[in-house]
Design a protein around this ligand. Structure first.
Ligand code: GTP
Ligand code: ZN
Length: 204
C-alpha cells in the first residue's frame, strides 16, 4: 500500500531555522544549516520544497493494479522477466542503491501480466530497504499473486553507501531467492542465471 506523508507537527522538530508549514521542509532547512549552508541563499531557496516533494514521491509511489492475471496457455511454461532496473534507498545510510532484477516463475495456474513484475519491483523498492529484503519481498509477492511455488528473483545492485563513501569499492552485490524448481541446479536455474549475469547496472 502506498504511504502518504501528510504534513504534521507532532514530530518534535521545532528547532528548525525557519519554521514553515511543512515539517519535511523544516527538516531540509535544518539539514542545510547543520552542513554549513545558508538555506536562504538564492540557489537553496526552493530546495526544502523540492526535498519534501521528492520524499513524498518516493515513498508515495503507487504501483497501481499488480494483479491482472490470465489463464495459463501451456503447462508449466518458464517465464523470465530480466533486466528490470529499480532504484531504492539503503535503510542504513539513506543513500540510493540501484538493482537490476530478473524474476522467473513457472505456473500452471495463471499468468501474470508482464508489466506487473516491474510494478511489483518498484513497489518494494520505493521504501527504505536492504537489497536482500527487496529481492525476497518481490519473490513473496509474485508467489502470492500467481500461486506459483517455482519463483526466483535475482538482483544485482550498486550501493552508493559502498561506492561514493565508506569502503569506496566498485563492488556489485548479487542476491537471490530461489524457490521450488529453481532451488536445484537444472535447466530452469541455468537459463535464469545466464540472463541475470549478462546484465549489471553499468553494462546495460
Ligand atoms: N546486507 C546488506 N548490507 C547493506 C546494504 N546496504 C548497505 N549495507 C551495509 O550496512 C552496513 C552498515 O554498517 P555500519 O558499520 O553500521 O555503518 P558504516 O560504518 O557506515 O559502515 P561502512 O559502510 O562499512 O563504513 C555496511 O556494511 C553497509 O555496506 C544492503 O542492502 N544489504
Ligand atoms: Zn548503505
Amino acid at each position: 500500500m502506498a504511504v502518504t506523508l501528510e504534513p504534521s507537527h507532532s514530530d518534535g522538530l521545532s528547532a528548525g531555522p525557519v519554521r514553515g508549514a511543512d515539517p519535511l521542509e523544516d527538516v531540509a532547512r535544518r539539514l542545510l544549516v547543520e552542513i554549513g549552508e545558508d538555506p536562504t541563499r538564492e540557489g537553496l531557496a526552493d530546495t526544502p520544497k523540492r526535498y519534501a516533494k521528492w520524499w513524498r514521491e518516493f515513498v508515495g509511489y503507487d504501483p497501481g493494479n499488480v494483479e491482472t492475471r490470465f489463464e495459463s496457455v501451456s503447462n508449466n511454461q518458464l517465464v523470465i522477466i530480466s533486466d528490470m532496473l529499480v532504484w531504492s534507498l539503503c535503510e542504513h545510510h539513506l543513500l540510493p542503491f540501484n538493482c537490476v532484477l530478473s524474476v522467473a516463475y513457472r505456473s500452471d495456474a495463471s499468468l501474470l501480466g508482464l508489466s506487473k513484475f516491474a510494478r511489483i519491483a518498484h513497489k518494494h523498492a520505493h521504501k527504505l530497504q536492504v537489497q536482500e529484503r527487496l529481492v525476497a519481498d518481490i519473490a513473496a509477492e509474485v508467489s502470492e499473486i500467481t500461486g506459483a511455488k517455482d519463483v526466483a528473483v535475482i538482483g544485482r545492485g550498486e550501493h552508493l553507501c559502498m561506492t561514493m563513501r565508506g569502503i569506496r569499492t566498485g563492488a556489485r552485490v548479487t542476491s537471490a531467492v530461489f524457490g521450488g524448481v529453481f532451488e536445484h541446479d537444472g535447466p530452469e536455474r541455468s537459463q535464469l542465471m545466464t540472463l541475470a549475469q549478462n546484465h549489471s547496472p553499468l553494462h546495460r
